[in-house]
Design a protein around this ligand. Structure first.
Ligand SMILES: [Zn+2]
Length: 661
């Protein structure tokens, strides 16, 4: 017999609360005590864990959702479910826990389609608000925009509520720079390119549910001012004089677009404020060998008073935030480098005419810096979307129920994953934002960075037509810079169109259609006798479905993996077809031949379904040719096409070759 009594004297600090262990139960076990006002450190693990609350009141947060906890509450955390417990009462909250390893349960949880998908929570999926200083090129499109679009499409196929939001980030200094060069106004430049960008996204079949425009939207500047006032009221953002640069001839304040130099962190050439190479911020005055882009004289150093945030004091807060959502190691490593500095006093206002002035009038002629501004813009976008959907989502009261998902390029990582969580914490101390981050690296063009100014780019509008959009989406998915820089090469794109999509996918589908016309009068045959090769092929299709499901689930989200699986389905079925079709005309094996055809059609059906998030037009066309309903749900199984339905695959053109473009 084991008899154990809760004893405060046996507790010691663990997971941010007080824990003890009870030995001999055959599973890990122990008591936990949460003092009033305390929350345990969030975590997730492969063990299954079980709590019984015996005293006190509080809240359990499981995968970001909150549930009440009181004496008599029993809760089981599946493997990998993130969880915390908070004491919201006046007295100690006491619970008993047991935990154990169960590989089968962990496997089910890891392969689950529902667990990582935030069922029942609204998901706000943001692609970086583009700067309207030019149109979008393939480098932009391959990254955040395609990523967010596929993510939302897949979530909806799983019945979840997800929306793609982005906006026109009008108050960027880059917009001002173009206006100066083109003898225009920043507002005109922003309006022009904002419309161009929206049209390019549409041409790419990227559906945006909310496209806010920061210099135009009603209530935007006032909302931003209130947000900024919250930051000032936190006591952590205040005017401070720190080193800055100005142009030696004109006296103009230098930042972002109008200054360059050597990055003090990685020694690569960089512009002002952020280094694209290492992702770290600079303070402009700390650039090595700085140069003004306004005149050729060396810039002058002088202190400038700006609203400033002592970011270095928030290393622990950022680490806590990085424990909650999906935060790639790449971003946590950037945080490690940024917080290795002794101080990082980050200005959050700058002298400029283009932007929103703080409501506070301490500093004349300054605007709220556009990057901190963006963190408010996301909440603004959610509120606007809510107004359209009849949901009472308020940018003044962000909800713990919200799941926010960000897609961005590595050069925006500092802002999204380090600065914004700190700003949210200061503006809304009660809100513990649950944010997933999906970051991409640079996409190169023929081995060099895309560059608007050097005209080294392929613009979306140059290549996107209704006939090419799916090929572009396929190829960009296949070569997307996930985890490493990748390269768009025009000749390889043309080869992928002609060789893979037309030469293999379309060729197989057309040939399958011809055989169904010839042998079965264009009607889908029923499967007959199954051979062991047939059974193995059905199992293979099921594995392909599992693979692409894992590639589109949030945790392992990878368009490269997903596109590779689509091509893998075609590779598999072409090999299968070559083997089986040799017996297609043999009367002795006609029943088996029908099964082989039914399985090729099952592969085509799986291709139509699984391609829906990546290649929506192709998917719809293929579904129609197979006589199956439009794809509205993500399947659990690889299914046969219903016998007796009419197949019009023969002669259907799905892709155009490079020559036709
Ligand atoms: Zn750098």
């Amino acid at each position: 017999m084991i008899l154990n009594y809760y004893s405060e004297s046996e507790l010691s600090e663990a997971f941010g609360i007080d824990m003890s262990s009870v030995e001999g139960l055959g599973v890990g076990a122990g008591w936990g005590r949460v003092a009033p006002g305390v929350t345990s450190a969030g975590h997730q693990h492969d063990e299954t864990e079980f709590f019984v609350i015996v005293a006190g009141t509080g809240e359990l947060s499981i995968d970001g959702r909150t549930h009440p906890a009181r004496p008599g509450t029993v809760v089981l955390f599946e493997p990998f479910e993130s969880h915390t417990i908070t004491n919201t009462g006046e007295t100690d909250l006491v619970f008993f826990t047991q935990y154990w390893r169960d590989s089968a349960r962990a496997r089910v949880s890891a392969l689950s389609r529902t667990r990582p998908n935030h069922t029942d929570r609204p998901q706000f999926v943001f692609s970086t608000p583009p700067t309207p200083n030019g149109d979008l090129h393939l480098g932009h499109l391959s990254g955040p925009y395609l990523g967010a679009d596929v993510y939302v499409r897949y979530q909806r196929l799983n019945g979840n509520r997800a929306w793609h939001l982005t906006g026109s980030d009008d108050f960027q200094s880059y917009v001002e720079a173009v206006a100066a060069r083109e003898n225009s106004t920043p507002a005109e430049v922003a309006a022009h390119y904002s419309a161009e960008i929206a049209a390019t996204l549409k041409a790419m079949d990227i559906e945006v549910d909310q496209y806010y425009v920061t210099s135009v939207d009603e209530g935007y500047p006032e909302g931003l001012q209130r947000y900024f006032t919250r930051l000032v009221d936190s006591g952590r953002v205040s005017p401070k004089a720190t080193p800055a640069l100005s142009d030696a001839e004109t006296g103009e304040y230098l930042y972002e677009v109008n200054v360059g130099g050597t990055c003090p962190s990685c020694s690569h050439g960089t512009g002002g404020n952020i280094c694209e190479e290492c992702g770290e911020p600079n303070l402009v005055a700390d650039l090595v060998d700085p140069s003004s882009r306004i005149s050729s004289t060396a810039p002058k150093h002088a202190e400038v008073e700006r609203y400033t945030l002592p970011l270095h004091e928030f290393a622990d807060a950022v680490a806590d935030h990085h424990r909650l959502g999906r935060v790639p190691a790449r971003l946590r490593e950037l945080a490690r480098r940024v917080f290795a500095r002794d101080t990082l006093d980050l200005p959050v206002s700058h002298p400029s005419d283009w932007g929103v002035r703080p409501a506070e009038d301490d500093l004349d002629g300054q605007v709220i810096w556009v990057w901190p501004e963006m963190s408010h813009g996301f909440l603004h976008g959610i509120e606007r979307l809510g107004a359209e959907l009849g949901e009472r989502w308020s940018k003044e009261v962000p909800s713990p129920d919200w799941k926010i998902v960000h897609f961005f390029g590595y050069d925006n990582s500092f802002y999204h994953s380090i600065l914004y969580p700190v700003l949210y914490r200061l503006a809304f101390p009660e809100w513990n934002p649950d944010i997933d981050y999906h970051v991409n690296e640079f996409y190169l063009l023929e081995g060099q960075k895309f560059s608007t100014s050097r005209r080294h780019a392929i613009w979306g509008k140059e290549i996107l037509t209704p006939d090419t959009v799916d090929a572009v989406r396929y190829y960009l998915s296949r070569t997307r810079p996930e985890g490493e820089r990748t390269d768009f090469r025009r000749a390889e794109f043309d080869r992928a169109c002609a060789g893979t999509l037309v030469g293999q996918w379309e060729e197989w589908l057309g040939d399958l259609g011809d055989r169904i016309d010839r042998h079965f009068g264009g009607v889908v045959p029923d499967a007959g006798t199954w051979t062991s090769e047939h059974t193995a092929f059905l199992a293979r299709l099921s594995l392909r479905l599992d693979e692409i499901t894992a590639a589109l689930n949030p945790e392992g989200f990878s368009l490269r993996a997903a596109a590779t699986v689509l091509d893998g389905i075609v590779t598999d079925v072409r090999a299968f077809s070559r083997q089986q079709s040799a017996l297609a005309q043999d009367d002795r094996w006609s029943s088996e031949a029908r099964t082989a055809i039914a399985l090729e059609l099952a592969a085509a059906r799986l291709l139509a379904t699984a391609s829906a998030p990546l290649m929506p037009r192709f998917s719809a066309k293929l579904a129609a040719a197979l006589g199956i309903p439009a794809i509205e749900t993500w399947p659990d199984t690889a299914d046969l096409v219903e016998a007796g339905s009419r197949c019009t695959l023969s002669g259907t053109r799905f892709f155009s070759t490079g020559e036709q473009r």
